[in-house]
Design a protein around this ligand. Structure first.
Ligand code: FE2
Length: 238
């Protein structure tokens, strides 16, 4: 699996609290079948992370994983709040993109028009939006078609795997399954924060998605589309 959303960098946001906790999380991800991961530290009013600091931490983690023999390829972007995606200079978003893709969080209270506003602003700068947490967004749960115009313009929709087994309760789980059932989910991701958290159920959730939609759909959600985002050759599925 190629994971396009996780918080692997220590003491940058609400992710791991130490270098070893980051390595433990990386090992947990590998055990759950992840072989490449996009680090997406928050970029929001609450976590106004700077690219120089995250880049330095990212490179430090890369060296640690290599020294310790942890077989996880990593890339760096960010999880940008929809508010900042609509307001900061586009250069700030470009600096936090990977291969032209920007991961943008749809917060629970984001309005129904936010997806198309974000996607169009980024598209004007030749950036493609990957919407994170649509399952938690109340206006999307009320009307999943709120994503359709943005998707029609090339934006992608990322569902957090653990939501499907109740990480944020029943309503969010139903919202996540509804996105998959209606063909509006383009990628599955972990949103992992700690080694002992929801990442421990990642393999189980991916298997459950496979039972419901088949292996082809799982490969598309967890390998092929994520590989395009990271500009990676899919090494293997799993
Ligand atoms: Fe996240």
């Amino acid at each position: 699996m190629i994971d396009t959303h996780c918080h692997l960098l220590w003491r940058i946001d609400d992710g791991p609290s130490s270098p070893m906790a980051s390595v433990d999380l990386a090992r947990a991800m590998v055990e759950q079948g992840v072989d490449a991961a996009l680090c997406t530290p928050h970029y929001s009013t609450r976590f106004p992370t700077r690219t120089a600091a995250t880049r330095a931490r990212f490179e430090e983690l890369g060296r640690s994983l290599a020294e310790l023999g942890v077989p996880l390829r990593i890339a760096l972007a960010a999880e940008v709040s929809s508010k900042l995606a609509l307001s900061v200079p586009l250069e700030e978003l470009r600096e936090r993109s990977v291969g032209g893709f920007v991961v943008v969080e749809l917060e629970p209270g984001a309005a129904a028009e936010v997806p198309v506003l974000v996607a169009e602003r980024l598209r004007g700068a030749r950036l493609t939006t990957v919407f994170a947490h649509p399952e938690r967004c109340r206006s999307v749960r009320f009307d999943p078609a709120a994503l359709d115009e943005a998707r029609g313009g090339g934006a992608l929709v990322q569902v957090v795997a653990s939501c499907l087994v109740g990480r944020w309760g029943r309503d969010v789980a139903e919202g996540g399954w509804a996105l998959l059932d209606t063909g509006r989910a383009d990628v599955l991701a972990s949103d992992a924060h700690t080694a002992t958290g929801s990442v421990q159920r990642l393999r189980q959730v991916v298997e459950r998605v496979g039972l419901r939609y088949g292996r082809e759909v799982v490969d598309e959600l967890t390998v092929r589309t994520p590989a395009e985002i990271l500009s990676l050759e899919p090494a293997r599925s799993g």
